[in-house]
Write a protein that binds this ligand. Sequence first.
Ligand code: GRF
Length: 190
Amino acid sequence: MIKKPIGVFISGRGSNLESIINACKDENFPAKVVCVFSDNANAEGLQFASKNNIDTHTLDLNNFEDKGHYEEGILKLLKPYNIELICLAGYMKIITDKLINSFPNRIINIHPSLLPKFKGLNTHQRALDAQEVESGCSVHYVNSKVDDGKIIMQTSVAIEKTDNADTLSKKVLKAEHELYPASIIKLLRK
Ligand code: GRF
């Protein structure tokens, strides 16, 4: 199978990046991570990428005049890789139209809630406060609004009476690690 080149954007821990890189090791997985980008040079996930011989790049927004110039810098870095899909995985910067229009319908994100519920941060505590009986995670296309684009796949997770934000986040994260590779298969295995 010819693997399609993909890029992953992170800002921190990178456990979803890890699950994607590990999924790519299967010869039947339709993608290969060819580069990892981070806005944060100290993102832990960069080390896992390097250990797997994947190119990593970082750019600090503070060194650019504005977000537009920053994203131009990112586009320049990505150009040689001819990537098919950008996977945001815990990437904490809001993406603007400059990047979105350069990769139409080719930027996706994972969010730890059953969208459209609980966009933004602190999703698990908010789900508990709202006395939800289930939560979960969503992979969706990225548009210029936060956590807003069309949903590609979702997994739900039951909320038990004993759950707190920490236990719920662990259960959802486990589901994320299955959902992100499954969504990439859905989009790229054609
Ligand atoms: C995940 O919960 C993801 O859904 C959210 O940010 C977190 C990133 O975790 N967007 P990691 O860096 O992949 O471990």
